[in-house]
Design a protein around this ligand. Sequence first.
Ligand code: 13P
Length: 254
Amino acid sequence: MTRKKIVAGNWKMHKTLEESQALITEIRGIVRDEIRSNTSVIICPPFIALPAATRLLEGTDIGLGAQNCHFEDQGAFTGEISAGMVKSTGAQYVIVGHSERRQYFGDTNEITAAKAKSAVRMGLHVIFCVGETLAQREDKSYFRVVEAQLQEGLFGLDRKEFSHVIVAYEPVWAIGTGLTASPEQAQEMHAYIRKVIATHYTDEIAADTSILYGGSVKPDNAQTLFGQDDIDGGLIGGAALKARDFVDIVKAMH
Ligand code: 13P
């Protein structure tokens, strides 16, 4: 098993260019001084900060990602940003299928499949988000929902392409609500996701795929979540906007 431990910060629609530069500088300093583990740290600021972020992160091991991309490589899509454009900023990752994109911007499984394809084709790693709503948790359809998100929205990638994928399980009811999935609930779903990957690809590929948990991860709950067998790190929202909290979450990965 060679899968990586990863803590990624999704800044969502927060921070101007100036504020982004200040936060990146702060994170860079604390990571340099305090992180000795081999946990990969990734930050995903807004698009407008990506070129500056590339410069600020030069010479560090901190990875850089965008929060979205368009599914076409280029074309007449006013206001959109392609995976190739993301790549050209120096970023190495892109988040695809975040529940906020699914909920507010119409990102269906079909669209996430096309985005993942375009992103990998352009040489990016994909942080692919799955997760059920509260209603789906309560009506017990959550395994089926997450499996469909994977089957229809991601598994169009062949084995080689899939080696560029990180999966993030983010139960919608736990995002920004202060409610986290219990470590047992999260572990149960992570193990299920790994099984679905093994069935579609191979056991080895499943064992090598990093599966992150996201949804109200904070410094004080990170360690128990990260202690679960199939939880390989976190995708952090609110707490990623505070350098101290974000790095403390990275430290909980040891
Ligand atoms: P919060 O950590 O703010 O709950 O957000 C999680 C998330 O959506 C990360 O992508």
